[in-house]
Design a protein around this ligand. Structure first.
Ligand code: PHE
Length: 369
């Protein structure tokens, strides 16, 4: 029996009151910080419950045992209440955060307010889309080329008269005893492609090219796209079919007449120039059936000497190549009269002739809008 009933009853009552007070404070703690402070003041080293347990030492054994258990239960009850309230507050905080960061993923994308795609970029993408569908991949080469890739390997040895027609820009640096050049056409990418790996090949190579020339239809920097297909049985019929499909796709007219005229390039044999039908009336040019022709590209069967120059056996492999001006296609397709305006960086021009950033051309979705 406890020595002092009065002390025990009073202590019991105190514990009951403290527990009610603490639980009420826990229940009303409005945020995690307040709750944590409450934990420290109740259960911490210098907390109120800890202070109570320190008084036990002065009591007689029975009272100490009784009150000791009482204090322990108080501690557990308060600790459990704090843990439960903490979980509650955390889940409330998460709800608030989720609500604040809510995104409606069903909203349509907003159109970009500014910025236009240059017609050269647009037409390049259109060309890639069309040849991509035919199984061609995109290859690239540098603007500064060596003499071998730009000329010699393409059957234009030093002193070859065809070199003069290229109005070449020379760079003040040499490789293998010959000056480097700004590439005069994209044909060196044929050489790079064939040196990089064994046939078969099926690539197009769009990019910048340079010739010293300047008027309505010529600028010192312009754009070409090269095509190269090498396989065991590729012949002139494939060349014609492929390029006929191409012009009809790019100009989005199925009835465009085409013709191939014999021509000359040192790196193809036979060589041809491809014309498309057009009509010229009152200064207006319309692509399609008409009584006139428009030259659009150069092409031919890759010359055996070119194949030999890159270690490909012309008795096993053969194929075709073509090259055309991208800017010229853009001028024809979008009715832009002066090539020089392409490179003047005039924002008003770009707003007028440019394309929306999201109008990505595909052969299925439409090449131009
Ligand atoms: N490289 C030639 C030019 O710039 C075009 C061409 C490429 C012709 C490939 C035939 C084959 O005029």
């Amino acid at each position: 029996m406890a020595q002092d009933e009065g002390t025990v009853q009073a202590a019991d009552a105190d514990v009951g009151g403290l527990q009610r007070a603490l639980l009420a404070e826990v229940a009303s703690a409005g945020d995690l910080d307040t709750l944590d402070q409450l934990r420290v003041t109740a259960l911490g080293k210098k907390g109120r419950i800890t202070a109570l347990t320190k008084t036990l030492g002065q009591l007689d054994p029975d009272t100490r045992k009784h009150l000791g258990q009482r204090y322990n239960r108080l501690k557990e009850t308060v600790a459990a209440a704090i843990t439960a309230r903490k979980a509650e507050l955390e889940s409330e905080a998460l709800d608030v955060q989720l609500q604040a960061e809510r995104q409606d993923v069903t909203l349509p994308a907003r159109p970009l307010p500014a910025g236009r795609i240059h017609p050269v970029s647009q037409v390049t993408e259109e060309i890639i889309a069309i040849f991509g569908d035919m199984g061609f991949t995109v290859a690239e080469g540098p603007d500064v080329e060596n003499d071998f890739n730009n000329f010699s390997a393409l059957n234009m040895p030093p002193e070859h008269p065809a070199r003069q027609m290229h109005d070449t820009f020379y760079v003040e640096a040499e490789q293998d005893g010959r000056p480097l050049v700004l590439r005069t056409h994209t044909s060196p990418v044929q050489i790079r492609t064939m040196l990089a790996g064994p046939p078969p090949h099926r690539i197009i190579a769009p990019g910048r090219t340079y010739r010293c020339d300047y008027d309505m239809t010529h600028t010192p920097m312009f754009h070409q796209v090269e095509g190269l297909m090498i396989d065991r049985r590729t012949h002139m019929g494939h060349l014609k079919g492929c390029l006929t499909d191409f012009v009809r796709a790019i100009f989005e007219r199925d009835d465009i007449p085409v013709r191939f005229r014999p021509s000359f390039f040192p790196f193809t044999e036979p060589s041809a120039e491809m014309d498309i039908g057009c009509k010229r009336q009152g200064g207006e040019l319309t692509i399609g059936a008409g009584d006139d022709w428009l030259e659009i590209l150069g092409c031919g069967m890759v010359h055996p000497k070119v194949l030999r120059a890159v270690g490909v056996d012309p008795d096993v492999w053969q194929g075709f190549a073509f090259g055309m001006g991208i800017d010229r296609i853009a001028m024809l397709k979008y009715g832009i009269p002066d090539l020089r305006t392409f490179f003047e960086a005039d924002l008003r021009w770009l707003r007028h002739y440019g394309f929306g950033a999201l109008d990505v051309p595909t052969t299925r979705g439409g090449l131009s809008r």
